[in-house]
Design a protein around this ligand. Structure first.
Ligand SMILES: Nc1ncnc2c1ncn2[C@@H]1O[C@H](COP(=O)(O)OP(=O)(O)OP(=O)(O)O)[C@@H](O)[C@H]1O
Ligand SMILES: [Mg+2]
Length: 238
């Protein structure tokens, strides 16, 4: 199964099994890789994943998070065979970001569909630990106090510096994809990065573009007291 290897390398202690979701109706089989500590969990019924959804995130009754990602085009199906599906990209990104010191969810299990796009169109899923966060930063920022907001921004700047040093761009850099708790600790989700071999012109252009989007979002969320944070993000531009 060459198409799994790129991710498999990151899961050295995995066990391999087949999981069937929706045994009665629109059955779909997955090749599943599990870490020894992965919990047993109940699958979501397929019919609850709506047609117009690309991905769906659910919390299992045991308190873990499952993210399903559907294929959109035949292109996406082909990507699976090159280890370049969205699932593989998110898993690899997660491991890379953890290595450079960002707080990302620990992935315990992932599954790839046997027949990609078959029936209800889920390409794969991964099961991760739930962040000890109360909400996404986009929502929480308005409600927490200024000290917590400052703490979030300080960590954001530290994490952005790490990303910049590693020459990688967070593809969907947004306060929607960061979570925080009452102490203002920063956790990242929806990990999908693009890595560059060096600080090339392409890296600089993409890096600046994502920071501009983030600054625009911050300007709509923040008050004058947060202008220091905005300036610090601006200073990270290349
Ligand atoms: N590890 C996690 N711990 C706690 N909550 C999580 C975790 N991962 C995802 N979530 C919750 O699920 C929601 C969607 O997650 P995610 O951003 O990965 O999916 P998405 O389909 O890309 O959503 P969107 O398009 O809104 O960005 C998040 O806003 C968050 O509330
Ligand atoms: Mg997201």
């Amino acid at each position: 199964m060459p198409f799994f290897t790129s991710v498999l390398n990151q899961f050295p202690e995995h066990s391999l099994k087949v999981r069937t979701i929706n045994k009665d109706r629109q059955r779909q089989c997955f090749i599943v890789h599990r870490k020894p500590q992965a919990p047993h969990w109940q699958e979501e019924s397929a019919h609850e994943i709506k047609n117009d959804e690309i991905s769906r995130v659910i919390e299992t009754p045991e308190g873990y998070i499952v993210k399903y990602i559907k294929q959109r085009t035949w292109h996406d199906n082909l990507r699976i065979f090159f280890g370049a599906s969205k699932i593989s990209a998110e898993l690899r990104s997660c491991i890379f970001l953890q290595n450079i010191g960002l707080r990302v969810p620990t992935v315990l299990e992932y599954g790839m569909a046997f027949i990609p796009g078959h029936l209800w169109g889920v390409t794969g899923y991964y099961l991760m630990e739930k962040h000890p966060a109360v909400d996404i930063v986009k929502h929480h920022f308005r409600h927490c106090n200024q000290t917590a907001r400052q703490r979030i921004l300080t960590q954001l700047i530290r994490d952005l510096q790490r990303l910049r040093d590693a020459c990688c761009v967070y593809r969907d850099l947004s306060f929607r994809n960061m979570m925080t708790n009452d102490n203002g600790e920063l956790f990242w989700i929806d990990t999908n990065i693009r890595r560059y071999s060096k600080a090339s012109d392409q890296f600089i252009a993409d890096w600046n573009k994502t920071l501009k989007v983030l600054l625009q979002e911050l300007s709509m969320m923040s008050e004058p007291a947060e202008h220091d944070g905005q300036r610090a993000i601006q200073a990270l531009m290349l």
